[in-house]
Every structure is written in structure tokens, then in C-alpha cells.
Design a protein. Structure first.
Length: 255
């Protein structure tokens, strides 16, 4: 196991009243090299879960371990990709310098800049190093954010709805990109999403969360062969079967 959540609970303080319990004893294991998607209704605690896994938010009880060590601060092995690419990129820095930002504190600005070229090429932005983020489309900006994550050469990517702010076609392109990157590098991914089709397209396993207080309702094995094509995968009987079951589950839980 690379990432282990063991009976993790989370309470937030409320003004005057007792603390609000948003997560109740969530246990989840992500194996090395595995792509795990976490699916759940809006407001159920997906971002909270990911932030605790990333060491960005303390747990109320339970433990989070990465590579066997308790996570109490952001671990060097993991990189967090935010939902809002426009807020995560630095607007005064070029695309190249945004990617270099991931490594310059370790290797210096010059080497970090040189090392930015490969991940930029990998996400199809080889010629855009001198552009500024605001000169790119939303999908391209999210590619920059992915390139920056890859530049750090993490063992694990933690992604919080990274494709929800782009249009449906761009999203399919980014799915293809992520499938390709995961096939090439032995990355472990924990992806949080409310998009059933995205979860099936990308993941090896899907953890389905309940509404608050959040628990894990079930963990489903996707069982679709790789390499996967994001368009062709959508027509497979197994895809349709999973989509039906997951939508049914997520919708009936809301009454
Ligand atoms: N800092 C905080 N203080 C108090 N309550 C919080 C805090 N952060 C989150 N919450 C509450 O915890 C619950 C889970 O929030 P979270 O953002 O994790 O949900 P989510 O599943 O990511 O939602 P979405 O699908 O909208 O992104 C929400 O009800 C939210 O109001
Ligand atoms: Mg969220």
C-alpha cells in the first residue's frame, strides 16, 4: 500500500454549538501504481478527504500513512493538483517558470527551467514555454498545472476535480493525456470527482462515498483493460453497466 487511511474522522468547529462531524471513520487503501477514484455527491467531503491525505488539513481522529509513514505535513512524495487551475498558476510567471516552480527550490532556477521542457512536451505544450497562463485556454492552463505536478516527479498525484472547470471535449482530451501519462510512468493517483464517467474511464477502483457524515459506501473494481481510449471505453458493456449502477447508487441516496 502506498496510501493508507485508517478510520479517519473529521469534525469542524461550529459557532457556539457542538462540532460538525463531516467524515466518519473512513478507511481506504491505495496500492502503489494504482489509480483510485473517489466518487461522491456534492458537499460530502471529497476535498476534505483529499486535503487530509495530502497533509494539508489535520485529521480529527484516525491515521493517514504514505509509504508507511504517518502524514502530518505535505509529504515530498505527493503532489496536489487543484480544481481551479486559474488560481494555482502564477499569472506573473511564464508557463516555463510556472513548471520550474515545482523544482527550483531544490535545484535552482536555471536547472529547473531546463527540466521544465520535458513535462511541457509531454502535455503537448512544447512550444508554449514563453507564454503567460492568461494567454492560454482553460484546458491548456490545466495542462500546465499537470506538467508542473509531473516536474516534481512525484510517486503520487492527488487530484481534486481537476477537469471540472473545462468543457466536455477538452475534458476527454485531458482524460486521454492522463491515461497516457499513467501508462508511461508508474504513478499512483487518488482522484476526487463527482463525474461518474470520468471515474470509470480513468480508475482501477472507485470508492463511493455517502452523503455527510461521509463513510465509504463501497469500493468497486472497474475491470476494464488498459490501454484505454476515453472514447471507445464509453461504448463498452462494462462501462455502461458500471455507469448505471453508480448513477443509481448516487441518485437514490439523495432520496
Ligand atoms: N473549514 C471548514 N469549516 C467548516 N466546515 C467545513 C470546512 N471545510 C469544509 N466544511 C464542510 O465539510 C463538508 C465537506 O466539504 P468538502 O469541500 O470536502 O465537500 P466536497 O465533497 O469536496 O464538495 P464539492 O463536491 O462541492 O467539491 C461541507 O459540508 C462543508 O461545508
Ligand atoms: Mg470539493
Amino acid at each position: 500500500m502506498l496510501l493508507e487511511l485508517d478510520a479517519v474522522s473529521k469534525e469542524f468547529p461550529t459557532r457556539g454549538g457542538p462540532p460538525a462531524r463531516v467524515m466518519d471513520r473512513v478507511s481506504l487503501d491505495v496500492r502503489a501504481g494504482e489509480f483510485m477514484a473517489v466518487l461522491g455527491p456534492s458537499g460530502c467531503g471529497k476535498s476534505t478527504l483529499l486535503q487530509m491525505a495530502a497533509g494539508l488539513l489535520p485529521v480529527t481522529s484516525g491515521t493517514v500513512r504514505l509509504a508507511g509513514r504517518p502524514v502530518t505535513a505535505p509529504p515530498p512524495e505527493a503532489v496536489y493538483v487543484f480544481q481551479q487551475y486559474s488560481r494555482s498558476l502564477l499569472p506573473w510567471r511564464t508557463v516555463r517558470d510556472n513548471v520550474a516552480f515545482a523544482t527550483e527550490h531544490r535545484v535552482g532556477r536555471k536547472r529547473a527551467r531546463a527540466a521544465a521542457e520535458e513535462p511541457l512536451a509531454q502535455v503537448g505544450l512544447g512550444g508554449f514555454g514563453d507564454h503567460f497562463p492568461w494567454q492560454l485556454s482553460g484546458g491548456m492552463q490545466q495542462r500546465v498545472a499537470i506538467a508542473r505536478a509531473l516536474a516534481a516527479e512525484p510517486a503520487m498525484l492527488l487530484m481534486d476535480e481537476p477537469f471540472s472547470a473545462v468543457d466536455a471535449l477538452t475534458r476527454l482530451d485531458l482524460h486521454a493525456l492522463v491515461l497516457e501519462i499513467c501508462a508511461r510512468r508508474s504513478l499512483t493517483v487518488l482522484l476526487v470527482t463527482h463525474d461518474v464517467e470520468e471515474a470509470i474511464t480513468l480508475a482501477d477502483r472507485i470508492a463511493v462515498l455517502t452523503p455527510r457524515p461521509t463513510t465509504v459506501a463501497e469500493v468497486i473494481e472497474v475491470g476494464i483493460d488498459r490501454p484505454r481510449d476515453p472514447v471507445a471505453t464509453r461504448e463498452l458493456p462494462r462501462f455502461l453497466e458500471l455507469r448505471h449502477a453508480l448513477l443509481d447508487r448516487l441518485m437514490t441516496r439523495h432520496g
